[in-house]
Write a protein that binds this ligand. Structure first.
Ligand SMILES: N[C@@H](CCC(=O)N[C@@H](CS)C(=O)NCC(=O)O)C(=O)O
Length: 216
């Protein structure tokens, strides 16, 4: 498998965790988001959306969108399962994952931050206010759900790692990158800390990837 990746990409971080959990080491192809390499012809032919990650499995066409890639991996390599077997549980786990991957993360990615700067002339403080707002909306929703649901266990849903944990961890790392304080979210923080003790999560961390700085 080939994973198109950049150290800082939170969406690629999610796929790296899933690959690690399933023991599937990919060949990594670096696409420098800070230099705009995602918009060059080479990568556009892999993913016309010009976003990371993309995953190529053998001769199959490239896969795109982190959650679609992770669900593909889960279907083809089912050990360990990253989605619960029961329908209601699966819906809750997908819902928690989508708060991050569909509702919050898309609002803070480079192309949105650049657009706010270029088109609306928002300065850095205003852009940070935007980013903190959307990070917080997701954290509030997730913490309320986790703290009030009897389904919450060691992990977001019971005692097994699921895609909800993968997305929560990526969101928490995004909060750290943008200096958004996680202190008001004790349940989420506990789960993130537990996940990060697992080497599959820890070695997938953006700052552990080639080309990453020591800190952001
Ligand atoms: N919903 C997509 C998000 C993809 C995405 O926005 N990726 C970011 C990096 S985390 C990217 O490639 N950004 C490039 C840009 O904004 O120009 C997923 O989960 O895969």
């Amino acid at each position: 498998m080939k994973l198109f990746s950049f150290w800082r990409s939170l969406a690629t971080f999610r796929v790296r965790i899933a690959l690690n959990l399933k023991g599937l080491p990919p060949e990594v192809i670096h696409v420098d988001l800070m230099k705009g390499h995602q918009r060059e012809a080479d990568y556009k032919s892999v993913n016309p959306q010009m976003l990371l990650p993309a995953l190529v499995d053998g001769d199959a066409p490239p896969l795109f969108e982190s959650l679609a890639i992770i669900e593909y991996l889960d279907e083809v390599h089912p050990h360990p399962r990253l989605l619960p077997a029961e329908a209601l549980a699966r819906a809750r786990v997908r819902g928690l994952a989508q708060i991050v991957a569909c509702d919050a993360h898309p609002l803070i990615v480079p192309r949105v931050r650049d657009f706010l700067e270029r088109e609306f002339k928002l300065d850095e403080a205003q852009r940070n206010k935007w980013i903190h707002h959307w990070l917080g909306e997701a954290m509030n929703a997730i913490e309320t759900n986790l703290a009030s649901s009897k389904e919450t266990g060691t992990y977001c849903h019971g005692e097994q790692v699921t895609i909800a944990d993968i997305c929560l961890v990526s969101h928490a790392v995004g909060c750290n990158f943008f200096k958004y304080d996680l202190a008001p979210y004790p349940t989420a923080r506990r789960i993130v800390q537990t996940c990060m003790q697992d080497n599959s999560f820890a070695r997938a961390h953006p700052l552990k990837q080639p080309g990453a700085p020591a800190a952001v």
